[in-house]
Ligand binder design. Sequence first.
Ligand code: DX5
Ligand code: ZN
Length: 215
Amino acid sequence: MAMISPSMLSADFGNIQRDTEMLNKSQCDWIHLDVMDGVFVPNLTFGFPMMEAIARHARKPLDVHLMIVQPEKFIERLSDVGAYVVSVHYEACPHLHRVLQAIRAKGMKAGVVLNPHTPVSVLEDIIQDCDLVMLMSVNPGYGGQAFIPHTLEKIKRLVELRERTGSRCLIEVDGGVNRSTGKKLMEAGADVLVAGTAVFGAADPVEEISILKQL
Ligand code: DX5
Ligand code: ZN
């Protein structure tokens, strides 16, 4: 059964308490928070005030996806917010090992995210230090983009690498996930599915989450 992490990027920011409470009542496992800086990705989203507002109401673990340069600057504050897992981009971290250690030192789970063009093989010498690997199935920056099918091949390679190295990381996939792509991702070996548009664009988001969970 998939773990589901709905992305608040597609929530109604004018009704953030209502939408967070809706997720509390749903079968979702985590709540996905997309932080963008306008440098690493061509868009801005939100920072600490919004994350704190969501955290005040959330009764599910917070899954923070940092699409920013120099993510190490914010690890301590993310721990204060109560983040459960913090994921940083491989492409944004020249000292990735140090960043992962710093996240774990604050008692949080450490994740690494790969952009669509970054091969799984770059994880060979770091996967042992990852609690989670997230594969981007769109180019990060916006919700509502089309799923890149090549992600399915990358999942299979990541499953092989995880087996070969004895890593116990979870495999999360982010971007363009819906009932149809979600099913294929589950079959390929994904453990956690992020879904923004598919959840918040549905007539009944709680029902949609339960459908995604049963894939
Ligand atoms: C994209 C973000 C995603 C986004 C997913 O840069 O990292 O988490 O919210 O949105 P959908 O599910 O609409 O592709
Ligand atoms: Zn994301």
